[in-house]
Design a protein around this ligand. Sequence first.
Ligand code: F6R
Length: 608
Amino acid sequence: MCGIVGILGRGPVVGQLVASLERLEYRGYDSAGVATLEGLRIERRRAEGKLRNLAERLHRQPLSGHIGIGHTRWATHGRPTERNAHPHATENVAVVHNGIIENFRELRAELEQNGAHFSSETDTEVVAHLVESYLMNGYSPQHAVQASVLRLHGAFALVFLFKGHDDLLIGARKGSPLAIGHGNGETYLGSDAIALAPLTDSIAYLEDGDWAVLTRTTCVIHDADGTIVHRETSKSGASSLLVDKANYRHFMAKEIHEQPMVAGQTLAHYVDIGAERVALPLTLPFNFNSIQRISITACGTASYAGYIAKYWFERLARLPVEIDVASEFRYREAPLRKGDLAIVISQSGETADTLAALRYAKSQGLHTISVVNVQTSTIARESESVLPTLAGPEIGVASTKAFICQLVVMAALALAAGKERDKLHEIDESKLVRELIEVPRLIAAALLIEPQIEKLARHVAKSSDVLYLGRGTSAPLAMEGALKLKEISYIHSEGYAAGELKHGPIALIDETVPVVVIAPYDAVFGKTVSNMQEVAARGGNIILITDAKGASEATVDTLMTIVMPDMGGSFTPMVYAIPVQLLAYHTAVVMGTDVDQPRNLAKSVTVE
Ligand code: F6R
């Protein structure tokens, strides 16, 4: 998953390329590079690591071309070195790529046999050599790209720059997103509308198999068969302002603290607060009474939002739910019933596996709903109904506010399903909606425990393993807590349903292992206390997250008890997520890791 951009400008483009790459850095930050035409010659500048390294390189060795391409990389094939940084180039063509060329080994062997010399370990470099080979055989740039793309297997968005052609960029897409921007005497290509937002808000999206030939004033799009096609240009809602950290040290901290506001915004979109009724913003094209089973698919944090929602749909709407991580679902060939419902959850709306799951569900005749944060994303555009999360741009790689908003949307949808299926009477609906309406205030109250968590983080930072336990909806939240901690602090952590402890994980427990127990005082609290006793008996250090009643009833010694605000029992994960997020955040700060851009990760995962 990389970010790509191309600009046909009226003046020097390198500043605009870097500005666009800055907006694409969420897609990867292993290396960055640009190529421009200087005179009619291709010139490249590339640098390992973050974009600022490229900016420094450009300061020392400036470029002044009026046409160029740029790339920010999340390494798939080949280490994150300068040699492997894009653009990759031959004598006559330079290319930037997002995706994976699956048959690159065969192509490379063939090209090497014909005399090509490779200088990187990447899959992408074969694309440059392939196009070059066609150019050498007398093909025009356009025909060389068309012929090359037909030979590529895998997923790609590509942008090509050609030596000697200062009014030509070619873009091609299969599997990975690519947008075209129209400016005033300028045209652009980019991974998304966000990257192009400072340049234009007139955006068209290429569809799978499309390739586009751009000059400064024209844009001709062909589909996979080579037929010229029209793709609608519309006004993008992406903001041209680069989101800043306000007074926070990290985006993640800012995003955690924005949660009362964004949860409130999302909530107001899905419930009629005055009437205490659920009120979805659209009419769904099916009735929940005709649905026999819901299939929820997502990755990572979004999948934990799905796991939590499973409890809500089953309890409130008496509807069975299957939940899969998207990377498994797509290959499992799950038997699905035509007319049932598939829900995909995604912050970015571009996650490759989640998108594939959506397409699979559609191909099986299911109704599809996407719960997405980026409304211009591929997943949003391809699903039958879109339920937006109104979290605003999430920049920190570790998802926080999008997760909370996903929970809000899923809770509202479960309520709507329960109501339509007559499983939820008006009186229960208003009680549950009242509980939901309280959530933003309760999140704000939960944020007040931050100083206590900061202290705890200094202890957790000394550990090499941490366990998270919970029952009911706290079980998937335990998994989310473990994911959050490991991805930004690099401390090994695991989340389990508390009842599973004695089936294996208990072997891990000794006095060096903190065990975070998420246990609001609810119907299963007593059972969780028994599990805590099993931990205490083995010298484990318990960190209990509970409410006042739970704190007084827990008969176990803890290292720390974090007392959460009192709340109704139905939607506790939306509030109990706060200490879990804060603990991961402050532990990472103590460890000195790169909180917003942790190693090896990227915000948007557009490869399998
Ligand atoms: C973890 C995290 C990831 C994402 C996952 C899915 O903090 O952010 O696990 O949740 O990569 O991404 P989206 O939601 O964009 O599909």
